[in-house]
Design a protein. Structure first.
Length: 625
């Protein structure tokens, strides 16, 4: 991207817009001295997702010179809501300010015409370049270097850090984080959960929700190995052959294999690098893929909803070859023979053994592709790229809004109509689609009138529909006959704490406390957010140690269950030293025990033993949301 001669003043942000990831609205005139990148995006867009890693690389390379501002100019109605944008910010771990351009005013000011479009503004507030599409890192890296070389000698670069209030600092971390897909296997009695936000696969019992396996370290990365060491990057769809689990490792652009026999994860397709354009295919482990979002197994073939290149692909597991199956790679909704058809970000896939059915998310449609290689692609529900809504009825006249999940069962396709916060059912015999669950409002309610928040995946087993309720960080279970919904209660939550990399790396050091020698007690008082309580389904713990080891001794052992607050632990205080405390707290909203949040807290408390000291060591802390 060339840097143009500055000639146009960057239009200022209008007043009254809603901002996220910052505690105040930003103005370009207050950012003089900074190089500013405006990223025009919408959170449904796979191309917008693809440039997030490039933006993060640039922010890391130029932490004090560069300010990235996301301008969220929505495509879909649901995407105009600031709360939904906030969820997307948390899901993609975006750490720069985002403005909600819901009416596309800023979009119009800057003449944007495609998602994503990135605009570069120099330290004097002049527009100096713009680019649409992916592959932004190298051209913008060069342009930023040129701007620094030009403006730094003039003293026009301001390297004062920009202080931000990130959304993640205001949000509790869930035990499940944005689960994207779910797979219920009736024969083995297992439920597989793509815990996408925690970069791992969780396996629980269908019978009682008991935790059976956690696959992956939880740290974002790309590594084969044992269950504890393997790394994923926001995995989504899964397929199970009775012994092995295949995983669409979406942001690693790979298909991974989970072998339960030897408890190892390996890569069976993809290189870990994103394919920038559609390809002819080839040897599975030597071919770049692009955001595989869902998979389904048919015999020895794994069919892949390859969202990033708007195609369906086929992985021959016996020959270890992967290749395009349906779709030309052009983003559109065009029915034709398999190679000529055009798809638009397919994100969910299922089969009845005769055809593949897929959620074509950007065209808000349900479509079908023949398993006969000489067959074709047909649209069952929906219109074109900008035809969306919430209308039940006969196929092509009905409307969905960015569906992400599908599951075949007994002549029907269950559809996660994601942006309508509904589950719908398409009858293959009549060609009609009807709302099955949900009233369209975003919420969390079980029972006969359930609500959901952007559900992304569905699966059927044993007369029940399992739903990955993504923005509610929960798995919901619906009885297919009664349509009554309950939330999955996972037993063994202690094994599901967030990855170590996401926990605090340092302890809070408290002022020294003066205590008297002899028997006393530690009083730990945690103030939970209003409406929250300790989760009775999980064991909160306090671990206590002292330095030197004989200065303070606990009379209850080194590990104490936190079952009530304030917690009182008997101590024998013998000499000056330092208490070291680590609390692992599981808490939930009152009445919603199945939704569990986790907090790890660490304190260092210096102790001074004196004749007139207190009989208690007191630690008080307010647990933020």
């Amino acid at each position: 991207m060339p840097v143009y001669q500055p000639s146009v003043n960057a239009p200022e942000f209008p007043e009254g817009l809603e901002w996220l990831n910052t505690d105040r609205p930003l103005r370009l005139r207050d950012l003089r001295g900074k190089i500013v990148m405006l990223d025009f995006w919408t959170y449904c867009c796979i191309n917008c997702m693809h440039i997030i890693p490039d933006l993060k690389r640039l922010e890391k390379k130029y932490p004090n010179e560069l300010v990235v501002i996301g301008v969220h100019s929505a495509k879909f109605t649901t995407e105009k809501e600031s709360e939904n944008i906030r969820q997307a910010i948390l899901r993609y771990r975006i750490e720069h300010p985002v403005v909600n351009d819901r009416d596309m005013v800023v979009w119009t000011f800057y003449g944007a015409h495609a998602w994503p479009t990135v605009v570069l503004i120099d330290p004097n507030g002049k527009v100096v370049g713009a680019m649409s599409g992916e592959g932004i890192y190298e051209p913008f890296d060069r342009a930023i270097q040129e701007l620094i070389a030009k403006h730094d000698p003039r003293g026009e670069i301001d390297r004062t850090p920009l202080q931000l209030k990130l959304e993640r600092e205001k949000t509790p971390r869930g035990i499940l984080e944005f689960p994207g897909k779910v797979l219920a296997d009736e024969r083995s009695g297992q439920l597989f959960i793509a815990d996408s936000g925690n970069n791992r696969i969780v396996v629980v019992s269908l019978k009682d929700g008991t935790l059976k396996e956690v696959i992956g370290s939880g740290e974002e990365g790309y590594r084969d190995g044992g269950f504890e060491q393997a790394q994923f990057r926001h995995p989504q769809g899964m397929a199970y052959d009775g012994k092995r689990l295949y995983v669409a490792d979406t942001e690693n652009h790979a298909i991974r294999l989970v072998d339960f026999g030897n408890r190892r994860v390996t890569t069976v397709a993809g290189t870990g690098k994103q394919a920038r354009f559609w390809r002819e295919g080839g040897k599975a482990r030597e071919t770049d893929l692009s955001s595989p979002w869902d998979i389904v197994l048919v015999g020895d073939s794994l069919y892949i909803a390859m969202a990033g290149v708007h195609q369906l692909w086929k992985l021959d597991l016996r020959k270890e070859v992967v290749e395009p199956y349906a779709g030309s790679g052009r983003e559109a909704r065009f029915d034709s023979y398999l190679p000529q058809a055009a798809l638009a970000q397919p994100s969910g896939i299922t089969t009845d053994g005769k055809r593949l059915y897929f959620a074509d998310s950007e065209s808000s449609s349900l479509r079908a592709a023949d398993l006969n290689p000489k067959g074709q692609v047909d649209t069952l529900v929906g219109g074109d790229l900008f035809d969306f809504g919430d209308i039940d009825g006969e196929g092509r006249r009905a409307r969905l809004q960015h569906p992400l999940g599908v599951a075949y069962h007994e002549g029907s396709i269950y559809v996660a109509d994601t942006y309508n916060n509904k589950i719908k059912r398409y009858d293959l015999s009549t060609g009609r689609i009807q709302t099955f669950l949900g009233d369209g409002t975003a919420g969390f309610r079980d029972g006969d009138r359930p609500t959901f928040d952007e559900p992304g995946g569905v699966s059927v087993a044993g007369g029940k529909l399992y739903i990955a309720d993504t923005n509610n960080h929960a798995i919901r279970i619906a009885d297919l006959k009664t349509r009554r919904v309950e939330t999955l209660v996972i037993r063994g939550l202690e094994k599901l704490r967030p990855p170590q990399a996401l926990l605090p790396s340092h302890a809070m050091r408290l002022p020294a406390q003066r205590v008297r020698s002899g028997d006393g007690e530690l009083v730990l008082n945690l103030a939970l957010p209003e409406g929250y309580k300790l989760n009775p389904l999980a064991k909160s713990l306090l671990r206590i140690s002292a330095n030197p080891g004989d200065s303070v001794r606990t009379l209850s052992g080194a590990e104490v269950v936190i079952d009530t607050l304030p917690l009182r632990v008997p101590l024998k205080m013998q000499a000056d030293g330092e208490l070291q405390l680590v609390a692992e707290v599981y808490y939930c909203q009152s009445g919603k025990e199945a939704l569990c949040y986790f907090k790890q807290l660490q304190w260092q408390v210096p102790i001074q033993v004196t004749a007139n000291g207190a009989g208690q060591v007191q630690v008080e802390y307010t647990v933020g949301p």
